[in-house]
Design a protein around this ligand. Sequence first.
Ligand code: IYR
Length: 218
Amino acid sequence: MNQIPFSLPEYGPEEARARAEEFHRHLATRRTVRSFRSDPIPDGVIEAALLAAGTAPNGANLQPWHFAVIRNPAIKRRIREAAEQEERAFYQDRATDSWLEDLAPLGTDASKPFLETAPALIAIFLKNRTTRPDGRDGITYYPKESVGIATGMLITALHHAGIATLTHTPSPMGFLNEILDRPSTERPFLLLVAGYPSIDCQVPEIRKLPLDRIATFH
Ligand code: IYR
């Protein structure tokens, strides 16, 4: 592979720290939202955020992801109907008692109106196989790690543009392959709901763990 020069801007120690702290403050304003207005997301925002996600580090640069953006109300409705069917089974039978206990503070249930209200859904698929630039087909490497990182970057990019998201995981999500006509080599990873929070949007008062509970320094 051809090699090209690379460097990053170098910040002095104070500026580096200030930038890191400022970015933390910015990211700390992100909240998962479950109540969306229907206002559209401005043109180009999702496209740029997807390109940002596509810069994620990933296994052998095979970029094992596909993003299906759904704005069509009829398709959103089909996704809502299929998701709610799975969610009813989850809340009624599949979830363990301790899982339901852990979810209780969030106040979630099987009803998912945001799948129709929000202006955009982004179905994120993990590719288990892909075609190389030379046309050879084969498995991908570390697809879960790769798609997880790309998804985090997508959420961050949308937040940076003032767009709220909800990481929704109806389980199982096989219906997304059928509705969105994706091949069986792709597995639905997550359904990202995107838009502006409703005027009366409320979120649970949760706290993030302090540094000494999430990190050790050796
Ligand atoms: N997928 C269900 C349940 C759910 C599970 C977890 I873990 C959450 O953090 C939130 C919800 C739902 O979307 O309601």
